[in-house]
Design a protein around this ligand. Structure first.
Ligand SMILES: Cc1cc2nc3c(=O)[nH]c(=O)nc-3n(C[C@H](O)[C@H](O)[C@H](O)COP(=O)(O)OP(=O)(O)OC[C@H]3O[C@@H](n4cnc5c(N)ncnc54)[C@H](O)[C@@H]3O)c2cc1C
Length: 235
């Protein structure tokens, strides 16, 4: 895989624990919505992050969760902050993964994100919105706390302007004033669909969630070849 140097244009907080990182590749690149890149912390240490921007975008957006307890992300963010301060580019590998949006399918879609897995479904949702696709889309985003729903208004706006697009945020630990869905995000999908047999399902989130979802959705009728999730390769 070719190493691509990218300028770091911005690092800005989306929530107290999630940062948006904007990169511009210094050489022409292409990627598909739903793919990821690897940040090269060193020659041996490369960490995957979903690309939040849609294919064709010249600037690449990442959403990096950086809770202190999450070394995987916080070390990657520290690496980026150090390079940003020194005005140096970051090395990346771009356009990885097998879970990109299949535009040749006619099946309805379920997009399922846990936490920062939202980055992945955000990229796919943007492409679907741009292409004005007529396939029904149900986008589920599960978070532990309401404050983690950083693009909530934007997703709601898409949903209200497109009759085929549903957005369902699911909060695990709701506050008293949360009127939406609660619990684990995959359970909301299981509750809403009698069978998943007819759907293309795109999944991103913590590895533990991916494992649980794979088993539960297969038992609920999903076809393995219509489930797309790069985390499956890691578990
Ligand atoms: C290809 C690839 C791409 C990646 N991209 C990114 C990225 O863009 N940004 C990033 O920060 N990290 C990324 N990672 C790393 C990793 O996936 C994230 O650290 C992880 O998704 C972070 O989850 P979270 O802490 O935000 O979710 P959490 O806050 O832990 O969970 C969010 C929700 O997920 C569901 N959930 C969580 N655990 C379970 C469970 N055990 N069972 C059922 N449901 C559960 C619940 O609904 C929960 O509310 C990537 C990893 C890979 C392999």
């Amino acid at each position: 895989m070719t190493i691509i140097a990218c300028t770091i244009d911005a690092i800005e907080p989306l929530t107290p624990t999630v940062n948006r990182v904007l990169l511009t590749p210094l050489t022409p690149i292409s990627y598909q919505s739903g793919q990821y890149l690897q940040l090269c912390l060193s020659e041996e240490d490369k960490r995957p992050f979903s690309i939040a921007s849609h294919e064709g975008s010249l600037q690449i957006e990442l959403h990096i969760g950086a809770a202190e307890t999450d070394q995987y992300s916080s070390q990657a963010l520290a690496h980026l902050q150090q390079l940003f301060a020194a005005k140096q580019p970051v090395l990346t590998e771009i356009g990885l993964g097998e879970a990109q949006l299949r535009t040749d399918s006619v099946r309805p879609l379920i997009l399922l994100a846990g936490g920062t897995g939202f980055s992945y479904i955000y990229s796919i949702a943007q492409t679907l919105a741009k292409q004005n696709i007529q396939r029904p889309v149900s986008a589920y985003w599960g978070v532990r706390d309401v404050e983690a729903l950083y693009h909530h208004p934007e997703m709601q706006q898409w949903a209200s302007s497109n009759q085929h697009f549903k957005f369902i945020p699911v909060v695990q630990n709701p506050t008293a004033d949360w009127a939406g869905r609660t619990g684990l995000v995959h359970q909301a999908v299981l509750d809403d669909f009698a069978s998943l047999a007819d759907y293309d399902i795109y999944i991103a989130g913590p590895f533990a969630m991916a494992g649980v979802v794979r088993e539960a959705f297969l038992q609920h009728g999903a076809e393995r070849e219509n489930m797309f999730c790069d985390a499956f390769a890691y578990i």
